[in-house]
Each structure stands twice: as C-alpha cells, then as structure tokens.
Design a binder for this molecule. Structure first.
Ligand SMILES: NC(=O)c1ccc[n+]([C@@H]2O[C@H](COP(=O)([O-])OP(=O)(O)OC[C@H]3O[C@@H](n4cnc5c(N)ncnc54)[C@H](OP(=O)(O)O)[C@@H]3O)[C@@H](O)[C@H]2O)c1
Length: 253
C-alpha cells in the first residue's frame, strides 16, 4: 500500500474494538495518532503496544458525551499538532431496549454518545480543515442505520442520524479539499457485540473489519458498507414495504 497522506489522526473510542484496531493500523503506518476514550489504562496499554512497534499513539482521556469538553479538547489538539489530518468518530454505545419497556437511561446514553458525541467530534475543527483546504472526517455508523431494527430504536436512529449528517457534510464540503467517509459495519466481534445472545450473521473478526475499514478510509470512499453479504441483505431489507419488514422483524427471536 502506498504511503499514507496523513501525518496526524484522532480516533475516538480507541480503548477497545474497532477504534483500538484503527488507531494501531494508522500508527504502524507512520501516522501520529491521538487515541481518545474514557478508560485511561486501556489507552496507556495501547500507547505502549504502539511504542514497542516504533509507532506513536498519544492517549487522550475524553468523554464524548460531554460535547463542550469534546469540542474544546479537539480544538486544542488540532492547534497543538499543527492541524489534524484525519478524524474518526468511532466512539459508540449500543444496548437494546424494547419499545414496550423502553428505558430512558439507555436511550439518553445512546443519543449522548452516538449523536451528540459524534457530531461534536466531527464538527470541532471542520472550519479549520476547510480553511487549510485539507482534512478527512470519518463517521462510524452501522448497517443498523438502514432500518429501525427491533429493540434498537435509539441505536438504529442514532446511526441513521450519523449517516445523514455525513451525507449533508459530504455535499457541503465538495471542492473544499476536505473528504468525508461514512462506514457501515455489519456484525464485528468486540466488547459491544460480546453482550449479544443471538446469532450474528456474517460475524467478522475485529482485525478483518479494521483492515476493511482502514482501506476504505485510505481509498477515500464516500461510504462503505461491509461485509458485502450483510450489506447486500440490509440493502434489500431497506427496500421492503413496511408490512413485509414488520412481519420479518416479528419473526426475529
Ligand atoms: N461491533 C459491531 O458489530 C459494530 C457494528 C456496527 C457499528 N459498530 C460501531 O463501531 C464503533 C466501535 O464499536 P466496537 O464494536 O469497537 O465496540 P467497543 O469495543 O464497545 O468500543 C466502543 C468504544 O467507544 C468508546 N466509548 C463509549 N462511550 C464513550 C464515551 N462516552 N466517550 C468516549 N468514548 C466512548 C469506548 O471507550 P471507553 O469505554 O473507554 O470510553 C470504546 O473504546 C461504534 O460506534 C459502534 O456503534 C460496531
């Protein structure tokens, strides 16, 4: 693979799973990566792993649910490093709650992290990127954004928000030199999916998913849904009329 054009990157949700993998993938290819999350000890371990591979990862303790702090911290990092080239809004939270017994604390946490946190992360230094005529922002949505999945009203809707947010930004930023990528993973092994009790079709290993995501980012894809089998299924599900969709969803579990 050709040398990467990024000097610096920020990856949120880098203390585990896909974010951790993406941070390492970039750092191993010479990018200075700011790895953000709440669990400091995980980030320190990640930085040590990078150091052992002669790569550079800087831990950034950050709760993206606090939008004001997120905006301020990312602006600070941007100024300190001479401009972030790549920002990956990957931090995410997912927990099922059935509409019949909906739990507000879960709905609120999903919105705080996946909607407010992601939007703040992606907006923080966008004006600076436009000014520099350089930069790349990436949102990690989900195939769950394609329809309102059962027991996942907040999660599906939060990823649909991110998907539409990225699309509008892509249109707005055309010709500015700032690239926009939205990723739609299917099921991938991680702390988040470890809690799932149901069978997950076409489940990917974390490393496989990281490789696919990183390559899509480097190619500059505007959107990338994977694995292709699940993307194909969800593409069809998206087209189903409500009566058929509802009947199919009633049959799940
Ligand atoms: N795994 C899948 O099947 C799948 C499928 C589709 C989309 N996704 C999306 O992929 C992204 C990564 O998920 P994953 O599968 O890698 O799950 P994961 O291992 O649970 O990672 C989630 C990451 O988000 C961070 N995070 C959560 N709340 C945060 C907060 N308030 N502030 C800062 N960071 C926070 C966590 O770090 P701390 O707890 O240390 O803060 C962790 O690093 C998420 O956006 C998820 O929705 C995953």
């Amino acid at each position: 693979m050709a040398e990467l054009s990024y000097r610096t990157a920020l990856v949120t949700g880098a203390s585990s799973g896909l974010g951790r993998g993406l941070a390492l993938w970039l750092a191993r290819r010479g990018v200075k990566v700011y790895a953000a999350a709440r669990r400091r000890e995980n980030l320190e371990a990640l930085a040590n792993e990078a150091r052992a591979a002669h790569a550079h990862i800087e831990p950034v303790e950050l709760d993206v649910a606090d939008a004001d702090t997120t905006l301020a911290r990312i602006r600070e990092l941007d100024a300190a490093c001479g401009g972030l080239d790549l920002i990956i809004a990957n931090a995410g939270f997912g927990q099922e709650t059935s509409g019949k017994r909906i739990k507000w604390d879960i709905v609120q946490k999903v919105i705080d992290v996946n909607v407010t946190g992601a939007a703040a992360t992606l907006s923080a230094v966008l004006p600076q990127m436009v000014e520099r005529k350089r930069g790349h922002i990436v949102g990690v949505a989900s195939l769950a954004a394609f329809r309102g999945l059962p027991r996942n009203a907040a999660y599906s809707a939060s990823k649909a928000f991110l998907s539409t947010f990225m699309e509008s930004l892509r249109v707005d930023l055309r010709g500015t030199g700032v690239q926009v990528t939205c990723l739609y993973p299917g099921f991938v092994k991680s702390e988040m999916t470890a809690q799932n009790k149901f069978q997950m079709p076409f489940l990917l290993e974390t490393e496989e998913a990281v490789e696919l995501m990183a390559r899509a980012i480097v190619r500059g894809d505007s959107q990338y849904a994977f694995p292709w089998q699940m993307a194909r299924v969800m593409g069809l599900v998206k087209q189903l009329p409500n009566a058929l969709f509802d009947a199919a969803m009633r049959k799940t579990r």
